[in-house]
Design a protein around this ligand. Structure first.
Ligand code: UDP
Ligand code: MG
Length: 338
């Protein structure tokens, strides 16, 4: 490693994670000891837990961890804003040369972090943690994930398959991220927009070691829709093509009906041939209006430019960067306060 190892900040979004926090903190502290001993990160490196409006003991546990060990800092959001916003709040608020994001349940493999740091030392600004297999997932999740990655790729959204939010970013990549102000966040695709040199590190994802998933099907679906509507207008274009195709077909049908009336002198009268197309076209129209509505709703929300999160409290120097761009050169990262 280089003579000056980077100061690493680890950002851990937490929503009702009292069951996993103590063990997660213990394992991360262990990892930090190892990384510091090996000279891979600076001893000032920290872990920042972002409490995403938890209703359990998460924040008081974070406070306890911070008092017990300056390695741990924290950020408390004023309410639950969802995983993506909590992650963003952390990324934009912590100091450090490199910032790593990881889930609180440690499903992502800690031993991959060392390889990620090596990739960064080799020149990558962004290192994506990519799952090498999905055997720890249910059959349903595996199939839907695969279908989703292929769909989103066809719609023209650039994305790294099997990468979620386990990621290492350099300070300049984080600062570039600050310039994106969208409310509808889908970070894994947004970060590809930044450019810079990227690298991939594969790892095996394990099961959540305690507690239950904070991502029910409803949240998963909404994130999936977000991924499409935030980065692709292909669905809108598809509506245009569909409309065109239906118009052409009905126009040809009209001509056929006219010709057959003129030449054969008789037309087939039928209920099904009249009513079914009406239902069908109505259905297609409503679906299309719904898709257009999704985008209009998005425009409505984005035009408000509402803040994406409010930080209620911060521990361990996280507030150094909170709320705006600061002159990095003027901010030594030596503060530890309680
Ligand atoms: N999370 C969050 N806010 C939320 C939901 C989840 O900060 O509203 C965090 C959660 O604490 C965890 C991460 O997002 O650290 C991923 O959630 P989880 O592990 O429950 O998702 P899964 O792995 O089941 O998809
Ligand atoms: Mg998880």
């Amino acid at each position: 490693m280089s003579a000056h190892p980077p100061i690493l900040s680890v950002v851990v979004p937490c929503f009702n994670e009292e069951e996993v926090l103590p063990e997660t903190a213990r394992r991360l502290d262990e990892l930090f000891h190892r990384l510091i001993d090996e000279g891979m990160v600076d001893p000032q490196s920290r872990v920042y837990f972002v409490d995403d409006g938890s209703r359990d003991l998460t924040w008081s546990l974070i406070g306890g961890l911070h008092r017990g060990n300056p390695r741990f800092g924290g950020i408390k959001l004023s309410r639950n804003r969802g995983h993506q916003n909590a992650l963003l709040a952390g990324l934009l608020s912590v100091p450090g040369d490199m910032v790593l994001s990881i889930d609180a349940d440690l499903q992502d493999d800690l031993t991959a972090i060392e390889r990620m740091l090596q990739a960064a030392a080799g020149g990558a600004d962004i290192v994506f943690g990519v799952r090498s297999d999905r055997s720890s997932d249910t059959f349903f999740k595996r199939m839907t994930a695969q279908g989703y990655y292929s769909l989103i790729g066809k719609l023209g959204v650039e994305i790294v398959s099997n990468h979620a939010d386990f990621r290492l970013m350099s300070r300049r990549a984080i600062e570039a991220l600050r310039d994106y102000n969208e409310t509808n966040l889908f970070l894994r695709a947004l970060i590809i927009q930044l450019g810079f040199a990227t690298a991939i590190v594969t790892y095996e994802r394990s099961e959540r070691f305690a507690g239950t998933s904070k991502y029910p099907l409803r949240k998963m679906l909404s994130l999936a829709v977000q991924g499409v509507t935030s980065f692709s207008i292909q669905p809108l274009r598809a509506i245009t093509w569909l409309g065109l195709a239906v118009s052409i077909v009905s126009f040809l049908l009209g001509i056929w009906a006219l010709l057959s009336a003129l030449t054969l002198g008789s037309t087939v009268s039928g209920w099904a041939s009249t009513v079914i197309p009406i239902y069908m076209i109505c259905g297609v129209q409503m679906l299309c209006l719904g898709i257009i509505g999704e985008y209009i709703g998005k425009i409505y929300i984005e035009t408000k430019r509402r803040p994406r999160f409010h930080i209620e409290a911060a521990l361990g120097g996280a507030e150094v960067y909170a709320g705006g761009r600061l002159d990095l050169a003027d901010k030594p990262l030596t503060r530890v306060e309680s």
